[in-house]
Design a protein around this ligand. Structure first.
Ligand code: ATP
Ligand code: MG
Length: 200
């Protein structure tokens, strides 16, 4: 008897919840490009960005990627997504965690930024991923006002994803969706090296 009552109450609650969610879905009519930021110290920012690009490509959308940090290895997503028609602009020289040449790094950042700016100004791209852009702003390699201007003047329907730690406050302010990935633990801290296909 008691159990039946609990079950009924639970069902009524779920029904009310469902009605609220359905109403919000019906009310959300806006169709426009989103600015999404994936930041924080935990693992999963770039993989989330590339996952969204893969999702978009699966729906035949056009995507472009600008990667602002030169990694030691070429990431696996590039090999796959380039074959699927995604345009990539990757920092060929310059900024890594090891380099000490500020001028060279800044030049490398600027040259990728020119490509990023071109994509942000073009109706051709449905989705633009700016991977690790946050560091370029934090290091003052890119001018924050110029970045904000390119983001706010982009085509109305274009989606943009920005990844990287320590995202500038004013980018967070204009973003539609912001996720902060928290580091609970990471294998690297236990002496496990970066694994192919998982970390890059
Ligand atoms: P991923 O590309 O795996 O989604 P990410 O974009 O969130 O990672 P970045 O800060 O760009 O993280 O670092 C890239 C590399 O550093 C990846 O190999 C990732 O596994 C590793 N990494 C990410 N977070 C941490 C962390 N908290 N401690 C140690 N290594 C990390
Ligand atoms: Mg990353």
């Amino acid at each position: 008897m008691e159990e039946n009552n609990n079950q009924q109450r639970h069902q009524a609650r779920q029904q009310r919840l469902k009605e609220k969610v359905d109403a919000r879905i019906a009310a959300a009519q806006d169709e426009r490009g989103l600015l999404i930021v994936i930041t924080g110290d935990g693992k999963g920012k770039s993989t989330s960005g590339f996952g969204t690009v893969a999702r978009a490509v699966g729906h035949d959308l056009t995507a472009g990627v600008a990667q602002f940090i030169k990694g030691t290895w070429e990431c696996g997503e590039r090999a796959l997504l380039q074959k699927a028609g995604v345009e990539f602009h990757v920092m060929a020289t310059g900024f890594t965690w090891e380099t000490q040449n500020r001028e060279q790094d800044q030049q490398a950042a600027q040259s990728i930024w020119q490509e990023a700016k071109r994509m942000l100004a073009s109706e051709q791209y449905d989705v633009v991923l700016l991977d690790e852009l946050t560091y370029m702003v934090a290091y003052h390699y890119l001018d924050i006002d110029e970045v904000l201007s390119a983001l706010t003047h982009r085509p109305l329907k274009q989606h943009v994803i920005i990844t990287g730690r320590g995202c500038h406050r004013s980018i967070l302010e204009i973003a539609d969706t912001v996720s902060e990935i928290k580091n609970v633990k990471h294998a690297f801290d236990h002496g496990i090296k970066a694994q192919k296909g998982i970390d890059w």
